[in-house]
Design a binder for this molecule. Structure first.
Ligand code: ZN
Ligand code: ZN
Length: 384
């Protein structure tokens, strides 16, 4: 499998170490698996990383020790990795490792460590007479992941090209008369055939009135003449996620279907035109939202215009409306500007209860010059 080269991992470690120094932290405990992967190329299901100014301790159990040793001496070997084998439990191994540091400020990922584990760890350190203090951190590694490095951009480009090929083939032969579930399974089989490790999420095939639900689950409804069908699918390639939606018409579309489709496509194109380095993510959202509003479809567009893509299928940046009031649910203004290296979706839609819906989604990369659309599939309303 393709993995980030050692020098890429070194640059990622250095970036996080600069953040630790700026926050006067002596170490960071990384318990989020996507973040562990970002720092080490590890794709297993259990591991903890403790990153200090000088070391990268990798805590894992016997299942993964052999796999890890196999990468030694390869181009994608994690530099400076020191293996810490788990004997009994991960948290005991972590407490023992941290106690060995005797003192200092140790950051942990507040979003990825339960209160129960945090309390246990704190009391285990106190019992052992350790002078280590646990300090909550928020999205330290995630912030580094927002701007993709050249290796990640290469993976996302390749993934998007493969997804586009799957989409182009799929759109040519959406079978009328078959159920939504049949069509979804056929798409997922094609994703695997195209080299994806797995679907990035459960494939959505929403036909006729079902398309009024943005996250409809494919069911037993059969595709019939006159339906608009929303097909939303994505894949994980070399651990990176891509995501695409097209809406097709079974037979000739009715005038209203043409109108709604044209409005959503205009919103999609306007939003992409608003993407570029230094542009506000709220303005990108507004470009789509205002366009739909001009067509009387403001009420029909109930979700954000896009989401970041990378190791996770939903990550920063969120291309959403500016929050009207401060609060945990509101988007902060601090990270308003998008920058070169960010990859996210543009996916406006219109959902009309009892009638149906339309969504058109592409994946874009912010470049130094502007924007590169990574997915390449016709945006014409196809009649199947
Ligand atoms: Zn999607
Ligand atoms: Zn999406």
């Amino acid at each position: 499998m393709t993995q980030a080269p050692s020098d890429t991992l070194s640059r990622r470690h250095a970036a996080i170490r600069r953040q630790l120094a700026a926050r006067e932290l002596d170490a960071l405990v990384v318990t989020s698996l996507p973040n562990v992967f970002y720092l080490t190329n590890f794709t297993g299901s259990a591991a903890i990383v403790v990153l200090t100014a000088a070391d990268l301790f990798f805590v894992t159990d016997f299942r993964y020790v052999a796999a890890l040793e196999r990468t030694r001496g390869t181009a994608s070997q994690c530099p400076g990795l020191e293996l810490v084998r788990v004997d009994r439990s991960y948290d005991e191994a972590l407490a023992f490792l941290l106690a060995g540091m005797s003192q200092g400020r140790v950051g942990f990922e507040a979003a990825h460590l339960t209160v129960a584990r945090h309390q246990w760890l704190g009391s285990a350190l106190a019992r052992g007479g350790s002078g280590v203090s646990l300090v909550p951190t928020d999205g330290l590694v995630e912030q580094a992941r927002v701007r993709k490095d050249p290796f990640e951009i290469a993976m996302l480009r390749e993934a998007a090209a493969r997804l586009s090929a799957v989409a182009t083939r799929t759109l040519q032969d959406v079978p009328r008369g078959r159920t939504e579930r049949d069509v979804a399974w056929a798409i997922e089989a094609r994703l695997r055939d195209a080299g994806f490790e797995k679907p990035a999420f459960d494939t959505i095939v929403a036909s006729g009135p079902n398309a009024a639900l943005p996250h409809a689950q494919p069911g037993e409804r059969r595709l019939i003449e006159g339906d608009l069908v929303v097909l939303d699918f994505g894949g994980v390639y070399a651990s990176y996620c891509v995501d695409l939606t097209r809406t097709v018409s079974i037979g000739a579309p009715a005038p209203r279907a043409r109108d709604v489709y044209a409005a959503v496509l205009e919103a999609h194109d306007q939003a992409i035109a608003a993407v570029g380095p230094g542009r506000s993510r709220f303005d990108i959202d507004a470009a789509a939202r205002d366009t739909l509003g001009r067509h009387g479809l403001a009420e029909a567009f109930g979700h954000g215009t896009g989401h970041g893509l990378g190791i996770e299928v939903h990550e920063a940046p969120r291309i959403t409306r500016r929050a009207t009031s401060a609060g945990p649910a509101g988007a902060s203004d601090a990270d308003e500007r998008v920058a070169a290296g960010m990859v996210f979706t543009i996916e406006p839609g219109a959902y009309i209860p009892g009638w149906g819906g339309v969504r058109i989604e592409d994946d874009v990369l912010v470049t130094d010059e502007g924007v590169e659309v990574l997915t390449e599939v016709t945006t014409e309303l196809l009649e199947i």
